[in-house]
Design a protein around this ligand. Sequence first.
Ligand SMILES: Cc1cc2nc3c(=O)[nH]c(=O)nc-3n(C[C@H](O)[C@H](O)[C@H](O)COP(=O)(O)OP(=O)(O)OC[C@H]3O[C@@H](n4cnc5c(N)ncnc54)[C@H](O)[C@@H]3O)c2cc1C
Length: 400
Amino acid sequence: MLTPEVDGDDAVGVNDARQARDPLRTDVLIVGGGLAGAALSHHLAKNGVETLLIERFDLNTQASGSNSGSIHAQIPNEPFTTHGEAWTRTFAPTVKLMMRSIELWATLGAELGVDLEVDQPGGLVCAFNEADLAGLRLKLRIEREQGLEGHLLSRSELRAIAPYVTERAIGGVHYPIEGKANPLIAAPAFARAAARLGARIMTRTALIGLTVRQGGFDIATTSGTIHALRVINCAGAEAGQLARMVGLDLPIEAYPIQTSVTEPTAPLIGHLLYAAGEKLSLKQNRLGNILIGGGWDARLDGQGRPVADMASLVGNLKVALGVVPELGSVDVVRTWAAIVNGTADWKPLLGEAPRTPGFFLCFFPWMGFTAGPVVARAIGDLVLGRQPEVDLGPFLISNR
Ligand SMILES: Cc1cc2nc3c(=O)[nH]c(=O)nc-3n(C[C@H](O)[C@H](O)[C@H](O)COP(=O)(O)OP(=O)(O)OC[C@H]3O[C@@H](n4cnc5c(N)ncnc54)[C@H](O)[C@@H]3O)c2cc1C
């Protein structure tokens, strides 16, 4: 009953724990079936650790399967503009995490045996005035201190590599390693690979209570009680509620945001495109659809579900058209909203709870699609008692 059933190559096996008479036991319980949870399940299974992942809905139905698929390395433009240089310097160490994650993305498809549609045409930030350019220069200097490669472009250099960008742009910065992957494919691919290695996965199973006991945890779920020696909180936007069950009060927030997609069109946008000081991410997928995002607010309906906001859509399209005028001839066919896991200072929250040994948090806000592979591996290494390959020091919840 507890062995994963992998149905052909597409389905992730789900154990019907509801029929189990005895409470379930596991070494590591992973809560949350988004990218973080699925990637952790895979990393631990690969290293011979017994895991059980529970997901209250189906796998990849929240942020990890609803995002825009951008693979970022740079410090994001919007908080850089609004929070200023002091914030930028404290945020800067995350650039190293993102860079390492992008290296992992480049080979993940081969490891998981799935084409994750990873493309790295480079990211391009456009500047429209001298103040933008001065800001981009400062940001690039801070990013280079973290080892990120980026190139300042003059107006003519920008036009040479991105003729589709408006002539109003006076220059920009090119980050060669940035790009995109397909969010619909990534987390399920990790989950399938984990299940093949013996990891157990239970969907439609919500954690509703957690008691710390000697040497482990009793977890109340909608499918019965689970006993676990260790717990990893990968609950995304809900991670704060779960952390509070062990007395951890963390500044985790949930924001509804939206992304739009156009009809397929001939190749137009060759990069992951941003605009200095604006909320914008623009890219074209392999089918020719253009994804238009940048973290614009969506709203909640009367039942608390995220729904698209028309004013944000208009604002987002206006910025996009200002950067790529040719977009005016392409129809937007869909806008969707989802909840993103956030923190006001944009910094990740990672590691073992200081006063609850065995309770781990794997939480990367706003850009957790990019960072999923690296943070899952790092938290998995902590669980394995290994030194993570990346420096988690600035982000450890034990250091806060
Ligand atoms: C519209 C949008 C666009 C975005 N664009 C990008 C982008 O281009 N690039 C980028 O890097 N990032 C982007 N992000 C952010 C990124 O998607 C998230 O940071 C990342 O997916 C978080 O992954 P996660 O696994 O931690 O959380 P999630 O994918 O949200 O997974 C958490 C899971 O935990 C489950 N869960 C919660 N509570 C419980 C419980 N009590 N019991 C059981 N299960 C529970 C949830 O149902 C959920 O499935 C975007 C996000 C959104 C919403």
